[in-house]
Design a binder for this molecule. Sequence first.
Ligand code: SAJ
Length: 473
Amino acid sequence: MKKSKKKPEAKAKTPARKKVKASGKTITKNKNPKGMNLADQLEKKLLDRSATIGVIGMGYVGLPLAVEFGRVGFKVTGIDISERAVKIINSGKSHIEDIKNYQVKELTDLKRLKCTTDFSVLKNLDCVTIAVPTPLNKTKDPDVSFILNAVKEIKQYLHKGQLIVLESTTYPGTTEELIMPLLEERGFKVGTDFFLAFSPERVDPGNITYSTHNTPKVVGGVTPNCIKVVKTLYEQVISGVVPVSSTKAAEMVKLLENTFRSVNIGLVNEVALMCDRLEIDVWEVIDAAATKPFGFMPFYPGPGLGGHCIPIDPHYLSWKLRSLNYYARFIELAGDINSGMPEYVVEKISAALNSQKKSLNGAKVLILGVAYKKDIGDVRESPALDILKILERKGAKVSYNDPYVKNLTLDGGNKYKSVEMNAKNVSSADCVAIVTNHSDYSYQWIVDKSKVVVDTRNATKNISNGKAKIFKI
Ligand code: SAJ
């Protein structure tokens, strides 16, 4: 019998390069010890940073998340269908306001962040988070097509030991009723072969206090192993991971957060309509109520509800409940009131023009601020767009200024360019309407130069009336 050749004693390996965890504990890159199940193996790779992370959707949620993972030492692959976004990020730049270029460049230089439109990279990724849009379609029903497209790609490359996390806001049940069956069609068992979880994003665009790394993260898993690995994943980058009992609970947490805002904004918008009829200054009333140190949280009236979340997410919840024969009255009522605010603002502009013996038809109206909230440039679902459209329809000659939004195309096709904020443009307008209260504006100067001002944000609260008459909502 051939003598088996004894393998020369393997040379003692130099100890694996020690890496120091953010917490100061050293971690070493060991081989996966025999006998660990896939969840334990993934957990170990997360702790020693050898796990590879994928983020599908390089938008206002995905890019900050990718940056956080890259910053603590993970190798991150960003996946997006937009060639433009991929190109910008790979060139070391950011295409979203909350992430600065240097934050991307740091990581691309270190080869810790690379983006691609090629989903086949998924076959080499240990963890994949999905941060794609979840809009409403024309009939105000959930449009989960972006999630489904991402999941179909993931399914193709799903492999043992992989963790899939949905972050996009969606109706309760999406993860386990829609995604899980699709992925299990590959013959893998969730919780044993692969792991599936939901963790709502809580990005507040423009918020300089709270960003991804210091906003507590709720996580829900399909099985105990799923919750274990998703908790470990986010614990590497976020202080405060909050596990809940299921993915449905985690999906519902997010919808409660945003429905809470939408309903309270709807309430305060209705209070504004009531105070208008009572000839009471709603802003004074809210400020006074806000002096109550307990049991009250101020919300403020506005021109309507903008953004890609608050006007939309609650309708994911009411849609799901309709399928269970329940009518979510608060959500629908708040939606009615909030979506009626642009019309109310136009009524105020009409009243302001009347005070100057002018009619809306033919009047020159200057809108200040078209972003959906102050100090950002995002116009998605912005009520300013509705106000512009209604004013156009009623024959007004509309222009706008927004330091964050240089150009604007209304879905009807009309194109606008932000006009200069100069005395000529302001004084020549028959009415100036403050729709987004950017901090850049000098409100005293605006009131001094305007014939009449409509203020939808109480931006002129500290301004002496100047020569213009101020109409507040
Ligand atoms: N608005 C009012 N009155 C208020 C507060 C807001 O009219 O008292 C309007 C705003 O002008 C804006 C809209 O409502 O048009 C939404 O405002 P928002 O402050 O909720 O801002 P978003 O939608 O950019 O961010 C929200 C997050 N905001 C906060 O938590 C403060 C949070 O609800 C979510 O984390 C995030 O959406 C999301 O991604 O879901």
